[in-house]
Design a protein around this ligand. Structure first.
Ligand SMILES: Cc1cc2nc3c(=O)[nH]c(=O)nc-3n(C[C@H](O)[C@H](O)[C@H](O)COP(=O)(O)O)c2cc1C
Length: 402
């Protein structure tokens, strides 16, 4: 594995590896970030901050999930930005850079008007931060003062505002690279990414939490998490949002030339590789770390190295965007090849789940005998693949060309 190195570059800045801690509670304390760096993360986006006069008061509890415990597929929060203001964040930047000169400290900011955005950039740059992430996609809202005729509730839902804020930031930055974090909750993400590029940003990041309501408590009738009997719309994150995040990365990769940092649902090295293949040059992790701890990065680094070696690549940058050629419009997919479901009788546990799914959601193509044996009626089967998805036994059902 000596020939494989994980170093990469994002917005012209060198990273020891592509794995960055996303803005989150894990990055809201310099001591926690220091532990993250020691564990192997190459950079951290400190939790979003704003100007000194902004007061942030959080209503607790802020967390709920689908589904709690071992099966958690998505975490849900009604968190706000950090309650630390830019003055404290800049002293954390200095503290971290003194101790970790090779690691990248990224300051995430949100302002209410032009002066605030400019001030925050200046403070981050003076403190020695490596990059600035513009937070314009928080589901709890991030609008500009005095802007009424806008699309949506956050800056990143409006291409004109996105370009305007990006331009303020890039004009205010002397040398520090600026990139912009976007939301999936837009009609046309490509047009928003182009606005970021027109605004002069060095890069783009996607995606922020997905606005949602995770559930309702059936005793109190309060949406979750319940804060004394009520809740608000919140941000949904973790495994469940990975498909949206991958789609967003691919959309942006097709639309602009600036580099992408991908985030959303990454728990394993396989997830990370998928983001790189669809166009990300670095990846960020939030929920995975909140759930499994900083040591998650061991699996990310080791798995990526082994996969690169086995696939005869030498570095993460070799694989950025390689799957984009395989992403086509549906009209351009190959049609007319006969495929059918094939069941491995040696592995089948005769549970009948495939039979029921096919009967009521497929093509009524599976037969279930009295002794619970499943067989495929090739005249009815179209190879849709539902049976293979509901089967609880890995590799028991496959879809094959006949
Ligand atoms: C509790 C919590 C707090 C977060 N706070 C911020 C924040 O302050 N700024 C920000 O840009 N994103 C914030 N995020 C969003 C994450 O950075 C990330 O974009 C999102 O969680 C998707 O990644 P994941 O699936 O790896 O969690 C927060 C997420 C969670 C779960």
């Amino acid at each position: 594995m000596e020939n494989i190195h994980l170093e990469t570059e994002f917005c012209g800045v060198r990273f020891l590896n592509p794995f960055i801690l996303a803005a989150s509670p894990s990055t809201d304390s310099r001591e926690m970030v220091a532990r993250g760096f020691r564990a192997g993360w190459s950079g951290a986006v400190l939790k979003t901050t704003s100007v000194e006069s902004d007061v942030v008061e959080i209503a607790y509890p802020i967390m709920s999930s689908l589904y709690p415990g071992h099966q958690m597929v998505g975490l849900h929060n009604i968190d706000l930005i950090s309650d630390k203001r830019i003055d404290q964040i800049t002293s954390d930047v200095v503290w971290l850079k003194e101790r970790f000169p090779e690691h990248r400290v990224i300051v995430s900011i949100v302002g209410n008007n032009k002066e605030e955005w400019e001030y925050l950039i200046k403070r981050a740059e003076e403190a020695g931060a490596d990059l600035v992430e513009l937070s314009i996609s928080c589901p709890q809202g991030s609008m500009l003062e005095g802007e009424e005729e806008t699309d949506g509730e956050m800056i990143s839902q409006d291409a004109r505002l996105t370009e305007k804020v990006t331009r303020w930031a890039t004009d205010a930055a002397v040398k520090i690279p600026i990139y912009v974090k976007l939301s999936a909750a837009v009609t046309d993400l490509k047009s928003i990414a182009r606005a970021v590029e027109r605004g002069g940003a060095n890069g783009v990041c996607v995606m922020d939490s997905c606005e949602g309501i995770v559930g309702v408590d059936l005793k109190s009738l309060s949406p979750l998490p319940s804060v004394q009997g009520a809740s608000s719309r919140g941000g949904y994150t973790g495994k469940a949002i990975k498909p949206m995040a991958l789609r967003c990365v691919a959309d942006i990769a097709e639309a602009v030339k600036i580099p992408i940092s991908g985030v959303g649902g990454i728990y394993t090295w396989r997830d990370a590789v998928e983001f790189l293949l669809l166009g990300a040059t670095t990846v960020q992790v939030c929920t995975g770390v909140m759930h499994k701890g900083f040591d998650l990065v061991d699996d990310l680094q080791d798995g990526l190295k082994r996969w690169l070696l086995a696939s005869q690549f030498r570095s993460p940058s070799d694989i950025v965007g390689l799957s984009l050629n395989h992403l086509k419009n549906n009209d351009d997919l190959v049609r007319g090849v006969d495929v059918r479901s094939r069941i491995n009788d040696d592995l089948c546990i005769n549970c009948g789940l495939c039979y029921v799914a096919c009967r009521d959601g497929g093509h009524e193509a599976l037969l279930f005998s009295e002794d619970r044996k499943v067989t495929v009626d090739d005249d009815r089967c179209v190879g849709c693949g539902l049976c293979a998805q509901v089967c609880p036994v890995p590799d028991c059902i496959s879809i094959q060309v006949v």
